[in-house]
Design a binder for this molecule. Structure first.
Ligand SMILES: NC(=O)c1ccc[n+]([C@@H]2O[C@H](COP(=O)([O-])OP(=O)(O)OC[C@H]3O[C@@H](n4cnc5c(N)ncnc54)[C@H](OP(=O)(O)O)[C@@H]3O)[C@@H](O)[C@H]2O)c1
Length: 238
């Protein structure tokens, strides 16, 4: 397993939840870490909490911003594409407008931006890890757009793993993870997550650090490429 000591890691969508947990885990393994997202507040808060990580503001849809970031870091060892990057509508396909359905794919286009701009700056021993999600392979009612987007991310992972080898490309697919993604539930948040947890074989929802652990594995396992790592407490089981 490759050590991250002295390596350069860039996390796109790295100021909250799974991305922030990945940035701090990589720092803990001795990497130099850059982490970006859109919100000025999140960037400022993270920078004061984790002064050894270089945080910055960047939207995953800003291709020239991505190019500048990757070029300024240079000779990158690992890139993680984690940003949500899209407004998603949870509703059955026939109840969504075409615009709503297509909007979910903004996440995928964000990831293609990261691949196009980032791969030229990756070292041949490096890796690109995408963060997708369980709906790609377990689609509940109302998840069609998220599911299709996840399938596209997994397909891109396998295609790129062939095309850009020896650079390794993998995807980590979280199950239900307790992050700010559920902030819209307001005061019911904990109760709803507890209820969801009861339907999962491990009896609980996951934590960001548990997904970050698999992203770290994707960076560090020097013989893994084109793989999908599921971190869902067994939620894909029938
Ligand atoms: N939590 C779950 O249950 C779950 C399940 C399946 C998949 N996932 C996936 O896991 C990934 C991480 O989600 P999370 O749960 O950790 O959510 P989160 O806590 O909301 O974190 C999302 C991160 O992405 C950044 N971001 C969002 N849109 C961006 C954009 N356009 N450009 C740059 N950065 C952007 C956010 O910061 P800003 O707002 O400042 O941009 C934040 O740093 C996402 O790809 C999500 O789809 C999560």
């Amino acid at each position: 397993m490759g050590s991250l000591a002295g390596q350069k890691v860039v996390v796109i969508g790295g100021t909250s939840g799974i991305g922030l947990a990945t940035a701090t885990a990589a720092l803990g393994e001795g990497a130099s870490v850059w982490a970006v997202s859109r919100s000025e507040d999140k960037v400022a808060q993270c920078q004061s909490e984790y002064p050894d990580i270089q945080f910055g503001r960047l939207d995953i849809h800003d291709t020239s911003g991505l190019d500048k970031l990757f070029a300024s870091v240079g000779n990158i060892d690992h890139i993680v594409a984690n940003a949500t990057g899209a407004n998603r509508t949870n509703a059955p396909f026939m109840e969504q407008t075409d615009e709503q359905f297509r909007a979910a794919f903004e996440k995928f286009w964000g990831y293609t931006n990261v691949a196009r701009q980032g791969i030229p700056h990756l070292r041949p021993t490096g890796s690109l890890t995408f963060v997708s999600g369980f709906p790609a392979r377990k689609c509940n009612v109302g998840m069609s757009s998220i599911s299709c987007t996840g399938c596209a991310v997994e397909g891109l992972t396998r295609a790129l793993a062939l095309e850009v080898a020896p650079i390794r490309v993998n995807v980590v697919a979280p199950g239900i993870i307790d992050t700010a993604a559920f902030a819209a539930l307001g005061e019911n948040r904990d109760q709803v997550l507890d209820q969801i947890g009861q339907s999962i074989p491990l009896g609980r929802v996951g934590q960001s650090e548990e997904v970050a652990s698999s992203i770290m594995h994707a960076m560090q396992n020097t013989y893994m490429s084109g793989a999908t790592l599921d971190v869902g407490g067994g939620n894909l089981l029938p």
